[in-house]
Design a protein around this ligand. Structure first.
Ligand code: NAI
Ligand code: MG
Length: 533
């Protein structure tokens, strides 16, 4: 299957249709723009019934041991969508015990790999059939455009499960030539119980990046979803059981980080951990793993990814790509192209066009057709982003567009563009995780490389050039896990993803992701009178 660009749906075709909001900026300069709609104030009713709100432990939906629940909120309004069972340490214990039993006593790792593969394939089929319901839940809980969820993300989740189902029966070790009369083989074995902790920005996509390879390798799973977005994982995990998944193989615990998340990270009976989220929490999780049973940890953390526009770039294309690299998913992407570095010869034209593009961005109720941007996930993120915007203004960057809340309800933020951004400003250094583009100017390639690498992060980079030599130079110079040349956000089940430096450790997706759920065992047997060595 061709590589899929996450943001490919965010096409330019429906940009000019909506009305514009004229307003004055704080300097009195008239700024017109932000295609928006009244739907921001009158949210569309998703009309789906929410049935799965309990914890999924040992194949059963159950209440939390404490009986506690917490609300999951609609980012369009801040209203409660549903109350969900709140798991904590005791529920994690129950879930780990179920996963332990399903691993130690079977059936999962004792099943043939072909049988495991078939269950995963049946799940992928069921998921595909229920795309509408799943995408509706994802949009309601997260605020992302429904079209993005239904046409891009859920199909990618389906593809990911089919990809890893295909690997399940192709995992094998080597016969190793050794000095002396010994037969040596390696066995690739599952770790046991995998603890998986996911964030809220791509709930189901990240579910698939972790649950897919963990189960394909024969591990059993305890998944802790993000407290902001618990609904879709519960729904699809029920489908997984309908597809024939035995009880205890996949347990889902909704709950908070410091309680359920920490209990999972420090559990003595969890053999492998995989975490996606902030660098700060990644450090905590790694510490908990180290101080308990030293379980290996895969970390996918934050980023401040440079998007480098070289002097020979096609400006219009570069503007569009830089725009989607940053604004996709409301700017809530670990690999968002959040440092737009533009060669000085193109800079003025680029800034003007980037501003025009941002002003045309269609923001509104994510259930509406043609919407490019919905609300931010919650009030905490909303306030954090507005604070960064204020800091950008105060530190002297030029606000080209946006900068404020959009509408009066929920967590919508105007697509915001800053130019004249300096490297020592907070908006150039910190992960904002919102619709805020920061543009700065460079003189030559060496300067661009140096500045691009001057970050504690190293997740991804975009390079825009028509010159092969320039592309090759940058590809090797940039200290990041992914370099996208003349493209961005190309995700594919087979392509590894992960970070250098404080963006994480280990890789997900592809064969690299598979290997992080497997132990290697060497088996050595003496050979008596072998015909050959
Ligand atoms: P977070 O990293 O705190 O949360 C991610 C997951 O970790 C959630 O499931 C959470 O419940 C869990 N968690 C939190 N504390 C934990 C602990 N002590 N032990 C175990 N698990 C724990 O991220 P948060 O607070 O949602 O967002 C803060 C910032 O993190 C964002 O503004 C953004 O910059 C970054 N972020 C990065 C993501 C990425 O894709 N790399 C995704 C989400 C957030
Ligand atoms: Mg929610």
């Amino acid at each position: 299957m061709a590589a899929r660009r996450l943001s490919s749906l965010i096409s330019l075709s429906f940009l000019s249709s909506s009305s514009s909001l004229g307003r004055f900026s704080r300097w009195g300069r008239r700024i017109s723009g932000f295609s928006t709609s009244a739907a921001i104030d009158e949210p569309i009713n998703p009309s789906i019934q929410i049935d799965q709100t309990q914890l999924l432990i040992n194949g059963q939906f159950v209440d939390a041991a404490s009986g506690k629940t917490f609300p999951t909120l609609d980012p369009r309004t801040g209203d409660v969508i549903a109350r969900v069972a709140e798991g904590d340490a005791e529920d994690i214990n129950r879930a780990v015990a179920a996963a332990r039993k399903a691993f130690d006593e079977g059936p999962w790792p004792k099943m043939t790999a072909y049988e495991r593969s078939r269950i995963m394939l049946r799940f992928a089929d069921l998921l595909e059939k229920h795309t509408e319901e799943v995408a509706t839940l994802e949009t309601w809980d997260n605020g992302k455009p429904y079209e993005q969820a239904a046409k891009i993300e859920i199909p990618m989740v389906v593809r990911m499960f089919r990809y890893y189902a295909g690997w399940a029966d192709k995992i094998h070790g080597l016969t190793v030539p050794a000095d002396g009369q010994h037969h040596v083989q390696t066995l690739h074995e599952p770790y046991g119980v995998a603890g998986l902790i996911i964030p809220w920005n791509f709930p189901l996509l990240l579910y698939s990046w972790k649950v897919g390879p963990a189960l394909a390798c024969g591990n059993t799973v305890v998944l802790k979803t993000a407290e902001q977005t618990p609904l879709s994982a519960l729904y699809v995990s029920k489908l997984f059981h309908e597809a024939g998944l035995p009880p205890g193989v996949l347990n889902v615990v909704s709950g908070f980080g410091p309680t359920a998340g920490a209990a999972l990270s420090s559990h003595m009976d969890v053999n492998k951990l995989s975490f996606t989220g902030s660098t700060a929490t990644g450090k905590v999780v790694l510490g908990l793993a180290a101080n308990s049973n030293l379980k290996p940890v895969t970390l996918e953390l934050g980023g401040k990814s440079p998007f480098i526009v070289c002097k020979d770039a096609d400006v219009d294309k570069a503007v569009d790509l830089a725009h989607s690299a940053l604004f996709f998913n409301q700017g809530q992407c670990c690999c968002a192209g959040s440092r737009t570095l533009v060669h000085e010869s193109l800079y003025d034209e680029f800034v003007e066009k980037a501003k025009v593009r941002a002003l045309k961005r269609v923001v509104g109720d994510p259930f509406k057709t043609g919407i490019e941007q919905g609300p931010q996930i919650d009030n905490e993120q909303f306030q954090k982003i507005l604070k960064y915007i204020r800091s950008g203004i105060e530190s002297g960057a030029t606000l080209e567009s946006g900068g404020e809340q959009l509408g009066s309800k929920g967590y919508y933020i105007q697509p915001t563009v800053f130019s004249n951004v300096q490297d020592d400003m907070l908006i150039a250094k910190d992960e904002i995780f919102g619709p805020v583009q920061s543009i700065s100017k460079f003189k030559d390639l060496n300067e661009a490389i140096k500045r691009a690498n001057a970050s504690s992060y190293g997740l991804a980079a975009g390079v825009f050039t028509q010159n092969l030599e320039t592309a090759n130079t940058l590809t090797r110079a940039l200290r990041v896990g992914t370099v996208w040349i003349n493209c961005y956000d190309i995700f594919d089940a087979a392509v590894p993803f992960g970070g250098f430096k404080m963006s994480g450790q280990g890789r997900e997706k592809g064969i690299y992701g598979l290997s992080s759920y497997l132990q290697t065992k060497a088996v050595v047997t003496p050979l008596k009178n072998p015909a050959w060595l």
